[in-house]
Design a binder for this molecule. Sequence first.
Ligand SMILES: Cc1ncc(COP(=O)(O)O)c(C=O)c1O
Length: 432
Amino acid sequence: MAYENSKHIYEKAVKFIPGGVNSPVRAFKSVNKEAPIFIKKAKGSKLWDEDGNEYIDYICSWGPMILGHNFKNVIDGVREAIENGSSYGLPTKLEAELAELIIKCCPSMDKVRLTTSGTEATMSAVRVARAYTKRNKILKFEGCYHGHSDALLVKSGSGLLTDGYQDSNGITEGVLKDTLTVPFGDMEKVSKVLETKEIACLIMEPVPANMGVIEPDVEFLKFVRDICTKTGTVLIFDEVISGFRLSLGGAQEYFGIIPDMTTLGKIIGGGYPVGAFGGKEEIMDLIAPVGRVYHAGTLSGNPISVRAGYETVNYLYENRETIYKKLEEKTKYITENLKKLADKYKVPVCINTLGSLYTIFFNELDKVKNLEDSLKSNTENFAIYFNTMLDNGIVIPPSQFEAHFISLALTDEDIAKTLEVAEKAFKKISEK
Ligand SMILES: Cc1ncc(COP(=O)(O)O)c(C=O)c1O
């Protein structure tokens, strides 16, 4: 496959943008590629780059495109919304309707605020939790990613992990001291920290997906719920990835564990910039103008994003009986067959799957349960896998430590081609 145009664009991009990209994982650094591909357009399950190469897409914009690219209802809605103007800085009817729809789907929420990104959602939720509890410290899990606000960039997953570090520079000692971390799944360490009763909130991805996908033990989720209640700690489920993906009501509905607060993003914007945080009324009513916890945004509740989000969530709501089953079936078929092919070529892999998310870890473990397990993966094998897929028209996350996202648009033909190419990749790894 030729990548000449992408290479030229990259040469220009690095002159004007740090690393040539606006989000680090996009640089393809960890998969030994000279330059990333630059995308020109997308439709359904496919992407096309600036060289005219066609790819089956397993990134799906890191989650939002659950219905596939340029889904008709979303595009029609956005076209109509754009005709009425782009942004007013004043409220609109559809914001209330999207909020109502989100609350109808999400068991933990009485009220919800819209933001422009998942980062703002988690950052604001932490601020509210601190005000509610009048405590300063927060607890998160190693390898979970909650966006790029200072307090949450500690022992972080996603792009940091991809580039081989976990704590960002540029964060003050004071902030670092207030963010505590423990390994995912470690009940004893969670107890020890929360029993101090100094912790405002435990913020967690109920299904970690930023150190690769980790399937949580439901007993662990019950445990965190109970200990947060017992110690007066606000339990925040960061469902920016899992919300509207594992099920309509996210991981909280899937596992039947109700947090005090929830953060959302990605799918609720249908591919446009959105985030949201919500929870119990007594917590949410601390936010200005009702209370004195400040949260605002020039583009919060932007009418185009809200329309795209509304069309997406509404379609998921109306088709909830079939969509999630279909997505799971596709994912199960792909992952079971990937495992069979890897075994055929004696390439050690552990595939963690939940709902329509999966990660293929190139390691010998039966199950990857936390960051320590995830870091045992052979990133060299992953890079061969990635590059073989890319060169044969399949784009997967350019990192061992991210999730593959399945969309409803993925066809049986796409899946057959994916497995055919994966076989080539496993063969190549076995011949190394
Ligand atoms: C679980 C989780 N929380 C928060 C965020 C931050 O969202 P955004 O990138 O929209 O700021 C992400 C982004 O990938 C995420 O995966």
